[in-house]
Design a protein around this ligand. Structure first.
Ligand code: FEO
Ligand code: CA
Ligand code: CA
Ligand code: CA
Length: 603
């Protein structure tokens, strides 16, 4: 038993199951707070897939919710029964959303109205929530309620703003873009704005990418021929076709800053934070008040980054922080053989980032962030996903989700693909967690310091299988181990929460695990929640008193129940969760779990 081994967690651990429904511990209540299509406004049309169009979808909770954060209302106070939810909507799977489509024919068969509905169902949802008599609910027409989607006007700021490579027919200034795409995870700044990572927008574009200028950049950004034009949006908006608008694709895959407390404020793409397949953007404050944003570039052999602002943030004047993220230094991580991790600045004109190498200006650096990081010798990682600071200990945790293609030392001809000190397994199908420690300790962690110490926290896999080479606390039960870590969170009691996203191992769907990071229960996870088959679990976020945890359940039904193969139509999805009604598709949803006695969750 985990408690016997010193874990501080006492909830009854679940058994591993793979089911059409979700599972949570005894003594907890689980509510569905928001489903794809739920009304955010009193004039939101009722969810109806037969008639859904862009006009309806932009008044409703979006699809495939990923990043999720509870912001207490009023902001700055510690309310645990009233707050703002900020949620990102990452991607759509059209053939699981609408009846009669299959993964083979959907690109042609989608109607223009359905395409518009998809465009409006992605992006960001912001809405008030309130707990009354123990029940959480959306506050319709809350004064901050807002949808941001693939057509919302968004500014571009920082070093690449106004660059010729960002100019289009609709925007000859290179400073305004319509829409945000592939909004994966994110973060919250100290002044309460949301950062949303655009992760892999290329998939949405159509046409012949070989005709684009700068093929080196196209290839380095990662192009998958089978995954273009995934929503057929170029049919209703020609700018998404390379031949029509060769620069449009460069205007995505940035970090977008959204002010959830000002529904009239235009979101801004902050190009200073680099262009990559952005997973999250977790914020910390250095002792001198500068803000440090930690980011993973989620692809095999990509890097981990941070951005350090030039100036300290101003806790007394929110407006003074408006453009703080436009000035500062983008760093990439290199794990040295002496056991330290060094942050290397990516600055045009410094070190190998010379004009001859193609880095004349900082715009060149941020537009080709991966190439700049290659040149300075950054450490290629196994798909860096979640990144979370533990404010109580000054440590940070990073999830490497997995990398099947990692090679042993000396195999293949690319050193980048071989094991390294921070990615020690080849292949690495199960992923791992690293623990980073900023100097200064728990009292005064200096997140802006040049060097960090680090350790391998967990090597994922089945501890009962020698070939997995898993490394957990030895008391981890046969239910408590996991693979494919994705999002990480630290609850108000200081425990680490890990969500998974991967081909589920035998007998379990994607799940949520909780563990201590210090003391005798360090790295001893317990299984807390199991999602419906085919779902990914995302982004645990807590009320300040720890009595409720919110979770995003993304893409339920994407895998079939019977054979664990990809579902190819709505009719053949692995589950109809959470409605279980004939004709109703599975709906990505935001759930909330609370203790029946209102104690701290997970404890
Ligand atoms: Fe959208 Fe990196 O997961
Ligand atoms: Ca993720
Ligand atoms: Ca993932
Ligand atoms: Ca996802």
């Amino acid at each position: 038993h985990a408690e016997a081994a010193g874990s501080s967690l006492t909830f009854p651990e679940l058994k591993r199951v793979r089911d059409t429904a979700d599972h949570w511990p005894e003594g907890y209540e689980r509510q569905i707070l928001a489903r794809w299509g739920d009304a955010l406004f009193s004039d939101s049309p009722e969810f109806d897939i037969a008639t859904l169009d862009g006009k309806a979808a932009e008044r409703q909770f979006g699809y495939n919710n990923d990043f999720t954060q509870f912001l207490p209302l009023p902001w700055g106070e510690k309310s645990s029964d009233h707050g703002l939810m900020v949620v990102s909507h990452e991607y759509a799977t059209p053939f699981l959303m609408f009846p009669g489509l299959t993964d083979e024919n959907y690109r042609e068969k989608l109607t223009d109205n359905q395409i518009r509905a998809i465009m409006a169902a992605l992006g960001v949802s912001i809405f008030e929530v309130r707990k009354t008599d123990g029940k959480w609910a959306i506050v319709k027409d809350g004064k901050y309620n807002r949808r941001i989607h693939m057509s919302t006007e968004i500014g571009i700021s920082g070093p690449a703003a106004g660059d010729d490579r960002l100019k289009t027919k609709a925007d000859p200034t290179g400073t305004i873009v319509f829409g945000t795409i592939s909004n994966c995870n994110g973060g919250i700044t100290p002044w309460g704005t949301m950062l949303s990572g655009e992760e892999g927008a290329m998939d949405v574009f159509a046409g012949d990418y070989k005709k684009l200028p700068n093929q080196e950049l196209v290839e380095r950004q990662g192009w998958d021929e089978d995954e273009n034009d995934i929503y057929s949006v170029s049919r209703v908006e020609p700018r998404f076709k390379f031949e029509e608008e060769p620069n449009e694709w460069m205007r995505f895959d940035w970090v977008v800053e959204v002010d959830p407390f000002d529904p009239t404020a235009k979101p801004v793409k902050r190009t200073s934070l680099g262009r990559m397949t952005h997973e999250g953007a977790q914020c910390c404050v250095a002792p001198d008040g500068r803000v440090v944003v930690f980011m993973g570039d989620d692809d095999d052999f990509e890097y981990i980054y941070r951005f350090v602002t030039r100036d300290p943030w101003n806790p007394n004047d929110r407006a003074a922080n408006k453009d703080l993220l436009d000035h500062g230094t983008l760093d990439v991580a290199k794990f040295e053989s002496d056991g330290t991790m060094r942050w290397i600045p990516l600055i045009a004109g410094e070190g190998p980032l010379s004009a001859e190498a193609g880095f004349e200006s900082q715009a060149d650096v941020v537009l080709a962030t991966r190439a700049a990081a290659d040149l300075v010798g950054a450490t290629p990682m196994d798909g860096p996903e979640g990144f979370i600071p533990h404010l109580g200990t000054g440590k940070l945790y990073v999830a490497m989700t997995e990398n099947e293609d990692r090679l042993p030392k000396g195999e293949g001809d690319d050193e980048k693909e071989m094991v390294n000190i921070a990615n020690p397994r080849s292949p690495n199908p199960h992923g791992h967690l690293l623990e980073l420690a900023a100097p200064g300790g728990p009292e005064k962690p200096d997140y802006a310091a040049e060097s960090f110490k680090w350790d391998v926290f967990i090597l994922c896999g089945d501890p009962a299988k020698a070939e997995d080479q898993a490394m957990f606390h030895p008391a981890t039960t046969s239910a408590g181990w996991f693979t494919d870590p994705d999002n990480l969170a630290v609850d108000p009691a200081g425990r680490l929460w890990v969500t998974t996203d991967g081909p589920p191992p035998e007998g379990i769907a994607d799940s949520v695990y909780v563990m201590d990071t210090e003391g005798p229960g360090r790295a001893l996870p317990k299984l807390f929640y199991i999602a419906p088959v085919g779902s990914e679990t995302c982004s645990p976020t807590f009320t300040p008193d720890g009595s409720s945890v919110f979770l995003s359940i993304q893409h339920p039904g994407e895998l079939r129940m019977a054979d664990n193969e990809d579902a190819t139509s709505m009719e053949d999805a692995g589950t109809d969760w959470p409605d279980f009604k004939p004709g109703m598709p599975a709906r990505p949803s935001l759930v909330v779990l609370s203790r029946v006695n209102n104690d701290v969750v997970g404890s």
